[in-house]
Design a protein around this ligand. Structure first.
Ligand code: NAD
Length: 314
């Protein structure tokens, strides 16, 4: 094992790839996490945001991330401070990307905002710069022309709480250069992620392509009165050895998100989903049961029933 760890240490970090300078556009929830994780692994990071106020908020978010690295990853005070010191902040896009090898875009999930951003970015970034979008729901091919460099553009999608959930879904669009794809895979590994390559575009990437239908199937069993949520979770947990069932996962995702998805599908003409949306609203949302964040959803928190030793035995 020691040998494996040594190889990992050599491969990981800023020395392992050709990128040195990384710019993160948007210092919000995900952008601040991506910037800090990248700096923590030894890269020089520029954070670009739209205003001094937005940059100040990004700085505060990054400051608040540090204790997580100490608590969850046993990082030392010196390590977390050194990571923070590798980050510089910009409100001028041209300055922010002047020497960037890679720009990771984590700006709002709004088509017009992203389109406008990529048009500007394509004009000011040096020719060497690779662009990656962290978009959760929009496909890179939608913005490829706006970038002016479709072959150097792809998706690099992180999960929230990046330091714990270290997935990096890396997705090509039809015109992404293979060498660019490989370089971003190597970069993801270098910043401590597990790279998960997608060779073709897929809405929802890998995780949500699996998770969304799984959660919907579970909810349909419930809303059609086939079985109750605890029974459905128990079935999944006992049969697969998974630590949580679909309704526990829904509590983490948040009941409002589940409702919005069901409602949208209902509005699009699917009556089963309209029924599901109505039930989520009446049985949970209207009663303040929004999931883990509110202390109750399908389960009560902390110490939900599915974590109790007798849950799987009766
Ligand atoms: P957020 O609203 O927290 O942050 C967006 C940031 O972008 C803000 O700091 C805002 O000031 C800045 N911004 C707005 N317009 C800009 C512009 N034109 N140029 C530069 N910066 C601009 O959003 P978020 O949750 O961090 O999401 C950002 C992206 O990451 C989205 O594409 C989203 O789909 C994706 N994502 C989010 C999550 C999540 O759990 N929040 C997970 C994975 C991926």
């Amino acid at each position: 094992m020691a040998g494996v760890e040594t190889i990992w240490e050599i491969k990981e970090g800023a020395g392992a790839v050709n990128f040195r300078h990384v710019t993160v556009a948007g210092g919000g929830v995900l952008g601040s996490q991506i910037a800090y994780q990248t700096a923590f692994k030894g890269f020089d990071v520029h954070v670009y945001d739209v205003s001094v106020d937005a940059v100040d908020k990004a700085k505060q978010r990054i400051e608040r991330l540090k204790p997580n690295y100490v608590r969850d990853l046993q990082a030392t005070r010196d390590q977390v401070d050194a990571a923070e010191a590798r980050i510089r902040y910009f409100t001028d896009l041209a300055e922010a990307v002047a020497d960037a090898d890679l720009v990771i875009e984590a700006i709002p999930e709004v088509v017009d905002i992203k389109m406008d951003f990529y048009k500007k970015l394509g004009q000011v970034a040096p020719p060497k710069t690779i662009f990656a979008t962290n978009s959760s729901t929009l496909l890179p091919s939608q913005f490829a022309d706006a970038t002016g460099r479709p072959e150097k553009f792809l998706a690099l999608h992180f999960a929230n709480q990046i330091w714990l959930h270290n997935t990096a879904e890396i997705m090509k669009h039809p015109r992404t250069d293979e060498a660019v794809f490989q370089a971003v895979i190597d970069f993801a590994r270098a910043i401590g992620m597990v790279p998960l390559p997608l060779h073709k575009e897929q809405p929802g990437y890998i995780l949500n392509s699996l998770l969304v239908p799984f959660l919907e199937a579970a909810q349909m069993l419930w809303v059609n009165d086939i079985a109750d949520p605890q029974t459905i979770d128990k079935t999944w947990m006992i049969a697969t050895g998974a630590p949580e069932g679909p309704f526990a996962i829904l509590d983490t995702v948040g009941i409002r998100t589940a409702y919005h998805i069901a409602h949208a599908k209902g509005q699009a003409g699917n009556p089963e989903f309209e029924k599901l949306a109505a039930r989520l609203k009446s049985d949970l949302i209207d009663q303040g049961k929004l999931g883990k964040e509110s202390g109750e959803g399908f389960y009560r928190y902390p110490n939900p029933a599915y974590t109790q030793p007798d849950f799987l035995r009766s």
